[in-house]
Design a protein around this ligand. Sequence first.
Ligand SMILES: NC(=O)c1ccc[n+]([C@@H]2O[C@H](COP(=O)([O-])OP(=O)(O)OC[C@H]3O[C@@H](n4cnc5c(N)ncnc54)[C@H](O)[C@@H]3O)[C@@H](O)[C@H]2O)c1
Ligand SMILES: O=C(O)C(=O)C[C@@H](O)[C@H](O)[C@H](O)COP(=O)(O)O
Ligand SMILES: [Zn+2]
Length: 362
Amino acid sequence: MPDEPTRIRVEGEQPYDVVVGTNLLGELPRLLGQSVQRVAIIHPGALRTSADVVRDDLREQGFEAHAVEVPDAEDAKSAEVAAYCWSVLGRIGMTRTDAIVGVGGGASTDLAGFVAATWLRGVRWIPVPTTVLGMVDAAVGGKTGINTAEGKNLVGAFHPPAAVLCDLATLESLPPNEYVAGLAEVVKAGFIADPGILDIVQADPEGAARPDGPYVRELVQRSVRVKAEVVGADLRESGLREILNYGHTLGHAVEKVERYSWRHGAAVSVGMVFAAELGRLAGRLDDATADRHRTVLEALGLPTSYSADAWPRLLEAMRVDKKSRGDRLRFVVLDALGKPGILEAPDPQLLTAAYAEVGTSA
Ligand SMILES: NC(=O)c1ccc[n+]([C@@H]2O[C@H](COP(=O)([O-])OP(=O)(O)OC[C@H]3O[C@@H](n4cnc5c(N)ncnc54)[C@H](O)[C@@H]3O)[C@@H](O)[C@H]2O)c1
Ligand SMILES: O=C(O)C(=O)C[C@@H](O)[C@H](O)[C@H](O)COP(=O)(O)O
Ligand SMILES: [Zn+2]
């Protein structure tokens, strides 16, 4: 019995499918569409073999395909690397009817999407995420971007893809710690919208933490459905979409303070515990749900604490969070399991008290 791909629809001005399955390469020519002649495949060195397979396959199908190698992980998300990609696109003569394919984790697809959003003011693009984090979150929803010295994702564009190809077979080569880091976004989807995800993880955390474990497809599909539902209703983050930022206000600050040496998912894990404490101390979240954050995340081996001394630097970094309005910090908190809301301009003492629950002394 062939393993049929699952297609999850993302609504919006130009609806598209997130395709989840294995051996999905054959889908690419159809998804690229007939108008496309040239394809630039943006990828990090770690995914060179996969990118070459995509390139050779597209060439066999009659496309003029080029592999464009960029630095690994967060090093790709810079203005310099974007400029390098623009120069390659110029040299290969990429026109408005051509397309970009992004192969790699969330950092690679964020960059590829940003290059697609900015080249000729926007060309077609398809992410082929190769990390669990990329599949469940980064590649879906059209948030593209790069970092600046001042912070994470400060430059970017909303530019939805034409499709997303989540080939679960690519996860076979993913280091286990990368897989676990990506599960933080899966857990996020559980807390903000689909508590069934948390039940699966808690019933068998060891199985859930394995990239070759029995729940990979279900966890990916459930998380993609959460994201698809939200971004289909609010692409440009005018309201609802902010819930996907649960744990990210502090998480992005940790990433910046750590100069991006921490995995995004690990930082978001700490950020969710902080957000849960904020919700609890603000009188909005019950103790059991707040405590469940640590239980679930620690069961997966994710971090739930960070340096107490870092608080002033974290607070400073949080000021440029995209949810801030002027001097007012804003946080996504939970009012109950699966019921996210916004905490507006919390009292500084509340923030310090919540961080005291997360901060540890060396
Ligand atoms: N746009 C969005 O909505 C969105 C959502 C969530 C996260 N993000 C962004 O995604 C990034 C994090 O993504 P990530 O966790 O995927 O990290 P990543 O892209 O840095 O990839 C992690 C590492 O795994 C390697 N790798 C990727 N796939 C592999 C595979 N199949 N086999 C072996 N190695 C592989 C990469 O080369 C890299 O070294 C952050 O920059 C974050 O801001 C964006
Ligand atoms: O898609 C969204 O919206 C998210 O917030 C998803 C996050 O997991 C992701 O890390 C996103 O890149 C954060 O966006 P930002 O606007 O806070 O930079
Ligand atoms: Zn994230």
